[in-house]
Design a protein around this ligand. Structure first.
Ligand code: NAG
Ligand code: NAG
Length: 363
């Protein structure tokens, strides 16, 4: 029932959209670069920025994802499903169809957060990577800058309107995403408006057929490259519940953990094999899909679970988002609590009530 209503809501907003496509939003637009980290971080920033656009009631110009180049949002997710939540327009569409009217080149102002004692010249929208490339690929240059002194969430909506009224500033082009990292718990539910594109879904179906002959599979995420090992080295001395994406599991009502431990952040091979075996025995699923940035542990897993005759597959896809999609569609998922790559998978699964767990938690 929930899904039916959601479908209807998307359909209605789709119709409304067709009728008003050429209309210019008198409340203005907002765009920002997803310039921090890889897909997991970008997705958390995207959802926070989406919520912010709605709170200040400007149409969100949906930014492209950032890899070595800009990837239009719609290659990975459907733009349409965002419309059930808020007014959006794809960035490339905006540049082609609306920018000539709403945001001609001589009017393009960049907005930076900068403390009051700093000169405005420090607001360099296109300085550094990937900021320069992001705007260049959208064919955007800035003729001026404006700054704001408080954090994006420290102004009320009215203050935002007073600072930057839409008639004077039709497009707010922010240097960074107006969002926290890790994302706020209250924004996690917005994941339901991020539905996969047909292109990604077709590839998931193709992989499910060729790897597992459409049988159920357990997806696991092993974050074990050297950068991660270093990030986790001293984690216990921080005595924190909030380290990178860790609020995703420390916020769970079932969490009895006090702080992020080394075992949660960088689980040993023994811990990985232990929990995986529990899950294989419990679910009786014998296919395992591994996503990793470094070491897939295929031999270790096959040896340890030889009696269960597991089949272990690792695609190492060219685009990590394919791993996210494969894990999001697994019948069971085990991920890394501290990783925002895992959190993107976990949120996508929660939308459909699919079971997930984390290394270092004893279930
Ligand atoms: C938000 O913006 C839309 C479109 O410009 C407008 O129709 C609506 O009245 C605005 N809502 C509020 C609460 O100002
Ligand atoms: C940017 O300009 C190039 C060259 O004119 C054009 O091919 C491309 O489509 C433009 N991109 C956008 C997003 O408008």
């Amino acid at each position: 029932m929930k899904f039916d209503l959601f479908g209807v809501a998307i359909f209605i907003s789709f119709i409304l959209h067709i009728r008003t496509e050429e209309d210019i939003d008198p409340n203005g637009y907002i765009i920002f670069c997803l310039c921090m980290g890889r897909f997991g971080n970008q997705a958390e920033h995207f959802l926070g920025g989406l919520a912010f656009a709605k709170s200040i009631n400007r149409t969100l110009i949906v930014p492209p994802w950032r890899t070595y180049k800009n990837i239009p949002y719609s290659e990975w997710f459907q733009i349409e499903s965002l419309r059930a939540y808020h007014r959006v327009v794809d960035a490339e569409d905006f540049m082609k169809n609306l920018a000539p009217k709403v945001w001609p080149p001589e009017s393009r102002i960049g907005f930076c957060w900068l403390s009051a004692d700093r000169p405005k010249s420090e607001c360099q929208m296109k300085e550094g990577n990937p900021f320069g490339a992001f705007w260049n690929e959208l064919n955007v240059s800035f003729t001026d800058t404006a700054t704001y002194q408080l954090g994006y969430d420290e102004y009320s909506t009215e203050q935002w309107h007073r600072l930057f009224p839409a008639d004077k500033y039709p497009v707010l082009a922010l240097k960074g995403a107006p969002a926290s990292f890790p994302m706020l718990a209250e924004h996690r539910h917005l994941q339901k408006y991020m539905t996969w594109s047909d292109r990604i879904l077709n590839e998931v179906r193709h992989n499910q057929k060729t790897l597992f002959n459409n049988e159920p599979y357990i997806g696991i995420h092993l974050r074990n490259d050297i950068d991660w090992k270093n990030s986790c080295k001293d984690v216990e001395s921080y005595k924190t519940r909030s380290y990178m994406a860790s609020p995703q599991c420390f916020d769970l009502p079932s969490s009895t953990q006090t702080y992020v431990t080394h075992k949660i952040c960088y689980p040993s091979d023994d811990e990985i094999l232990r929990l995986l075996k529990n899950v294989v025995l419990r679910t009786r699923i014998h296919n395992i899909y591994v996503a990793t940035d470094k070491r897939p542990m295929i031999n270790e897993i096959e040896e340890y679970l030889a009696a269960q005759r597991v089949k272990v597959k690792h695609l190492d896809p060219w685009l990590p988002v394919m791993d996210v999609a494969m894990l999001a569609h697994a019948d069971y998922f085990i991920g890394n609590c501290v990783s925002s790559f895992t959190s993107a998978v976990k949120r996508a699964r929660d939308v459909h009530d699919l079971p997930s767990s984390f290394w270092g938690f004893s279930n």
